[in-house]
Write a protein that binds this ligand. Structure first.
Ligand code: GUN
Length: 291
């Protein structure tokens, strides 16, 4: 079997085009142009790249973006005061605090300061709490997990009653995507560093989500024939033949697993572009909530 490649880049481009059109229509109708504020604390190089990509994506769809940077030694009070300022600014509909925050800052307190209506990352404790409970609806759902759900939908995957296995339990991906899969009536297993006989567990999966940040950890014999595999990992591996001296690989050994899976996301070009598309979508929604 050769897996169908789930083209996240193309799906994300389509979503971005729809957002651009809606933004234009809003502005023509005299409504506010959506605005996103990013808060970057410290000088983590990966975070700097991600934030830059988010601003560029905003610009492409006509969303205003405002970048705020604080030094790595900024105090808890300074970070929270900035969030409060952005909460009060009517030109800003969404607030994104790039994670991880430097050590010493209380992430939960910072995220809890964001006005619920502006929590486009969906990391406010109330939004996450609602996501975890039956009959409750979060205002916003975290972007990478939301993007994964769109990819599964686009690939025509039936989640009802399916066995889903999530590798990784991070606050940003593993935990919230597990909750989303559960809400869709999948039977969900969450694996982590202490899980015994990991390959035996992943082989049970109809839908396997890999979000651990370990290069090519998921091998061919970890995957049930016909499974759908979503690879969230973005890992640098040395490659002297590459121009930059490295290349990006996922958490899944793509070349092996594509021969057993029925569908698989590539890295790059799978989940990554969806994260940003969902952020734009959430920001547009936040602007609509403020109308
Ligand atoms: N760090 C890694 N992924 C994310 C994300 O989706 N949002 C934020 N704020 N920080 C991140």
């Amino acid at each position: 079997m050769t897996a169908k490649i789930i083209d996240g880049k193309a799906i994300a481009e389509r979503i971005r085009a729809q957002i651009a059109q809606e933004v234009q229509q809003r502005v023509e109708a005299g409504l506010t142009r959506p605005g996103l504020a990013t808060v970057l604390v410290g000088d983590n190089p990966a975070s700097q790249i991600y934030v830059r990509m988010k601003h560029k994506a905003c610009e492409q769809v006509g969303i205003n973006s405002f970048g705020y940077e604080l030094p790595a030694d900024a105090s808890q009070e300074e970070v929270e005061a900035l969030v409060e300022r952005l909460n009060a600014d009517p030109a800003i509909h969404g607030i994104l605090v790039q994670l991880p925050l430097p050590a010493g800052l209380d992430e939960e307190k910072v995220l809890g300061r964001i006005r619920l209506e502006k929590d486009v990352d969906g990391f406010h404790p109330l939004n996450i709490g609602r996501l975890a409970q039956k009959g409750r609806e979060p205002l916003f759902v975290p972007c990478t997990p939301a993007g994964i759900m769109v990819l599964l939908e686009e690939a025509g995957v039936t989640l009802e009653g399916a066995r889903a296995v999530v590798l990784g339990r991070s606050n940003i991906v593993g935990m919230p995507v597990s909750l989303l899969l559960l809400r869709r009536n999948a039977t969900v297993t969450v694996c982590h560093s202490r899980t015994r006989d990991l390959p035996a567990v992943t082989r049970e999966a109809d839908v396997l989500i890999a979000a651990v940040g370990r290069a090519e950890m998921v091998r061919r014999d970890w995957v049930k024939p016909g499974a759908v595999v979503i690879d969230v990992g973005v890992n640098r591996v040395e490659d002297p033949t590459a121009k930059k001296g490295y290349r990006l690989v996922g958490d899944v050994a793509f070349d092996e697993v594509k021969d057993v899976a029925s569908a698989i996301t590539p890295v790059p070009g799978g989940v990554g572009p969806m994260t940003i598309a969902m952020l734009l979508k959430n920001t547009l929604r936040a602007a609509k909530l403020a109308d």
